[in-house]
Design a protein around this ligand. Sequence first.
Ligand SMILES: NC(=O)c1ccc[n+]([C@@H]2O[C@H](COP(=O)([O-])OP(=O)(O)OC[C@H]3O[C@@H](n4cnc5c(N)ncnc54)[C@H](OP(=O)(O)O)[C@@H]3O)[C@@H](O)[C@H]2O)c1
Length: 420
Amino acid sequence: MSISTPFSSNGLTYQSSKSRSFKRHFSYHLISQVQVTTVPYAIPLPSVYLSKPKRFSKERFKLVTASATPTVETPKISFRGKNPKDVNVLVVGSTGYIGKFVVKELVKRGFNVTAIARERSGIRGKNSKEETLELLSGANVCFSDVTNLESLEKSIENLGMSVDVVVSCLASRSGGVKDSWLIDYEATKNSLLAGRKFGAAHFVLLSAICVQKPLLEFQRAKLKFEAELIEEAKKDKGFTYSIVRPTAFFKSLAGQVELVKDGKPYVMFGDGKLCACKPISEPDLASFITDCVSSQELINKILPIGGPGDALTPLEQGEMLFRLAGKEPKFLKVPIQIMDFAIGVLDFLVKIFPSLEDAAEFGKIGRYYAAESMLIWDPKTGEYDAEKTPSYGNDTLEEFFQRVLEEGMSGQELGEQTIF
Ligand SMILES: NC(=O)c1ccc[n+]([C@@H]2O[C@H](COP(=O)([O-])OP(=O)(O)OC[C@H]3O[C@@H](n4cnc5c(N)ncnc54)[C@H](OP(=O)(O)O)[C@@H]3O)[C@@H](O)[C@H]2O)c1
């Protein structure tokens, strides 16, 4: 969800950052180690992996039965052994904040990318077909409807190709109750089913670290899909997945940059230390997701991932902003109980006016991100653990804030919900 709502710990409007070139640093080894030692739910790697597209196996079966001479089945080579240009990657959610960077990175690494998009894409459908084609340049763009399995399958069939890997960056743009189930569960599942029908042997899912403590509908919808994806890989050893659970995106923390620049106070809940995160940039996350497409080391795992450096509380983010802006720090501390009160009122009103369901959900989303850290949750200690939250990439929030202070937020996307 680009929803600007969820990932702000400070409860204001969120915006995305501009694209640029980045140097990256990453060690699979490091991530694997962290994974094994810190993530109790990491799943062991299968030792052998062979893809077997259904479409092709049927054709081969026909050939074998038609021939009088016995033929020896040669095992299919995994797509991981192929040249990227021969690997067909289907991206759904390709026009989102992260999805478009994932498409760009996959194209850069030479994969044969097909991006599924809506005819009007982007926030409030602001992009025309032509703009979407421009946005996703380098990829084949297929206009289709991920919410309708039949039409999605038809669209893929019309492409006349098999699929090796599906990457899903789908997310409800609103975070509303029904939309979350429609997109974070159903449409994502449609992508799995359609991808499998045309041979997909691997599925990379962009999820969220917050699903480890699910209190919101979109988290429950994501978790349901995660469970079914894992089940699919258990049933078919030739199918694998990578579930990527990132911490906060930069855009989710940028809502107050302009305010601070204009001399306004930085607003935070409680003492500004109720939560923390290790923010990750969209190019760094896109790079990690692309690693998941072909790296054997990242299969059949749930992969929490943050950006470089220490975890930052809202107070630290505010202090950083004032320092970069060259202003005297000024904080407005809002008691978290105000949100609890508002949520209580909305929950009561929903019983009388069911149409307020989404408003109540947005209140809960705001409350969640005001108090819950976007870090690994340790159920044993009952605390979030920054040390155990793996880091990836080079881009820092400080550089991002500096850039936004200098260049402004113009041209950067606001999410659909800007409720706080
Ligand atoms: N924000 C954060 O800090 C944060 C942190 C960790 C994890 N996450 C997770 O990251 C994921 C992606 O976030 P994002 O910000 O990249 O999402 P986003 O910008 O909202 O993009 C959503 C994508 O899903 C597509 N989509 C939504 N509704 C659709 C519909 N009805 N039919 C077809 N396509 C639809 C959108 O297509 P259109 O362009 O056509 O609308 C877009 O491509 C989410 O699951 C989120 O929970 C976010």
